[in-house]
Design a protein around this ligand. Structure first.
Ligand code: PEP
Ligand code: MG
Length: 592
């Protein structure tokens, strides 16, 4: 019987193939004592040979992924860790003074370093333990003469199952042999997820027990669009997913055909259809998928992949410059750091019992003005390379916007004083993702140049439903009247104030929500890049007048079921069959 596991979609697409289970290697190795000075001498030599080999391996991975700035950066970090003189000296001293074999010396040093990292206060540095462990495993495998990645032995395409994957393992994988990835751990923001996305390999993470449940060689389906993994699928599932895969691939092939045409409704009303991106290199693909501009550039990942990047203005600058130049003259909405909540800080023991209600997004930035200034400096410098807009997350009051505006003015003056080139101060917008921002929208608009609705958080905060909790996931519903009505309010107030308003939460790509969002008169839908072709097709069959009356009607309905039914009645005769199939499937999953 098939087993269906639900996880976090990490990289879109569908793959079907045989499971390949990757064992997680242990770092600890056996102690071997050296008896003579000659043995010590040759062990030191063996250690330096292994260092050279490991360095060579990392350099060749770095060459292979030269087209992925962030991935390359990650491997460079690993090379830096490997070359750390104190780590090398500590291992050499253990070999010399305690007469132990090189792999044992390395494992001892590693454990000490890992312990030091785990005890670090700075959450970012603490997260770097994963990189230290990764480099250490690679070095030990070379000392032991084992092929570290059984992966190199893969001869035919497989779906890779693992409890977790090290970043360098992911980066070193061959795109040809790898159909998909499923892991127990990780989140959509984990290294593995980011790299899988950049390599275009469907992936689902945070599955909890896929590594235990899967049997080597059995057929497995990865649905990286919705976040499902199906082990040993039955005929119906195989048929459904083969079709979904085909449709996805056809959509990919048709992308080039539709990419040229701008998104517009059936009656010719233009709609800005933009991309959400998580790392800079994705911008290269936006036009291929037929998108117009970037509606949300989540900048947390630049920090995630580079040690000390909080203070590394240069890394931010390079990423923004690349995106802005690539998209120019189309707009690029760069969101300032939205750390906290479930982003990188959640795995860290924290005094906060409710991190989503805690130190998150703009709150952290304003409490750390020196570090935040580095991001704003990078933004101002990069702004001269294209059409940049700056967007602030988690806004609850106008004073937050004012503070950032003042900071931008001060930083602009400093750059001018120091003769550092910069662009004009970009338009400064806000994310509306808290009920406070909706109810106070008239107070915020005079200070905000534009608005983008973050429906993911708006749903979470409105319905008091943790967006990441499996226990309440059924209650997380952006079509709830309380959410839909708030979108209506924001759209109306923005229209009255003459302010541009878009939406960048996942609701923007929900086939049943799209008619409502258009009907409310939103200027832009910003969606995950790979969903652009579908959303464009959906927009093209909707009539704007119909959308307006659907939106009006939705405001009078009592439940999300009623709202969905009302839209479904309208779209049933219009949407392509495969999209209707998906709507019905989700309806069944919701149990209605
Ligand atoms: C949102 O909350 O809808 C949003 C787009 O931001 P994020 O998902 O990054 O919190
Ligand atoms: Mg948000």
């Amino acid at each position: 019987m098939s087993i269906r596991l639900s996880g976090t979609p990490a990289s879109p697409g569908v793959s079907i193939g045989p499971a390949f289970l990757l064992d997680v290697e242990e770092i600890r190795v056996k102690k071997r004592t050296l008896r003579t000075p000659e043995e010590v001498e040759s062990e030191l030599e063996r250690f330096s040979d292994a260092l050279a080999k490991t360095r060579g391996e990392l350099e060749s991975i770095s060459d292979q992924i030269s087209d992925i700035i962030e991935g390359k950066q990650l491997i460079e970090v690993h090379i830096l860790l490997l070359n750390d003189p104190s780590m090398i000296a500590d291992a050499q001293n253990l070999i010399k003074n305690e007469c132990v074999c090189a792999e044992y010396a390395v494992s001892r040093v590693l454990y000490e370093v890992l312990e030091r990292f785990s005890a670090m206060k700075d959450p970012y540095l603490r997260n770097r333990a994963v990189d230290v462990r990764d480099v250490g495993r690679r070095l030990i495998a070379n000392l032991l003469g084992t092929e570290r990645e059984a992966l190199v032995n893969i001869k035919s395409p497989v779906v890779l199952i693992s409890s977790d994957l090290d970043p360098s393992q992911t980066a070193g994988l061959s795109r040809k042999q790898l159909l998909g990835i499923a892991t127990d751990l990780g989140g959509s923001t984990s290294h593995t997820a980011i790299l899988a996305r950049s390599m275009g390999i469907p992936a689902v993470v945070a599955l909890n027990d896929v590594a235990e449940s899967a049997v080597p060689g059995q057929t497995i389906i990865i649905d990286g669009i919705h976040g499902y993994v199906i082990l040993d699928p039955d005929d119906d599932e195989l048929q459904f997913y083969s079709e979904l895969k085909k449709r996805y691939n056809i959509a990919e092939a048709e992308i080039a055909l539709n990419a040229e045409s701008a998104a517009a409704t059936a009656d010719g009303q233009p709609v800005e259809l933009s991309a959400n991106i998580e790392f800079s290199q994705e911008a290269d693909q936006v036009h291929r998928f037929g998108g117009y501009g970037i509606g949300l550039f989540r900048t947390e990942f630049i920090r995630l992949l580079t040690p000390g990047v909080e203070d590394n203005e240069e890394m931010h600058y390079r990423a923004y410059k690349h995106v802005l130049k690539t998209m120019n003259p189309e707009p690029v909405i760069i969101r300032t750091l939205d750390l906290g909540g479930d982003k990188f800080l959640s795995s860290i023991p924290t005094v906060e019992k409710n991190p989503f209600l805690g130190w998150r997004g703009i709150r952290i930035c304003l409490d750390r003005p020196v570090k935040f200034s580095n991001q704003l400096r990078a933004l101002l410098r990069a702004a001269k390379h294209g059409n940049a807009k700056i967007m602030l997350p988690m806004i609850t009051g106008y004073d937050q916007v004012l503070q950032v505006r003042l900071m931008l003015e001060r930083i602009a003056a400093e750059l001018d004083r120091d003769g550092i080139p910069r662009g004009d101060i970009p338009p400064l917008g806000i994310m509306v993702e808290t009920p406070a921002a909706v109810l106070g929208i008239d107070l915020l608009l005079p200070h905000s140049d534009f608005v983008s609705i973050g429906s993911n958080d708006l749903t979470q905060y409105t319905l008091a439903v943790d967006r990441g909790s499996p226990y309440v996931s059924k209650l997380f519903d952006s079509m709830h009247p309380a959410v839909v009505r708030q979108i209506g309010i924001v759209a109306e107030k923005c229209r009255e104030a003459g302010k541009w308003v878009g939406i960048c939460g996942l609701m923007a790509s929900d086939p049943l929500a799209i008619p409502l969002l258009l009907g409310f008169g939103l200027n832009e839908l910003s969606v995950p890049m790979t969903l652009i072709p579908d959303v464009k097709e959906i927009i093209s069959v909707i009539n704007m007048n119909d959308a307006k009356s659907l939106a009006e009607q939705a405001l009078t309905l009592k439940s999300s079921d009623e709202i969905r039914k009302c839209v479904l009645n309208y779209v049933e005769s219009k949407y392509p069959e495969i999209i209707l199939d998906e709507i019905h499937r989700e309806k069944n999953d919701r149990g209605n």
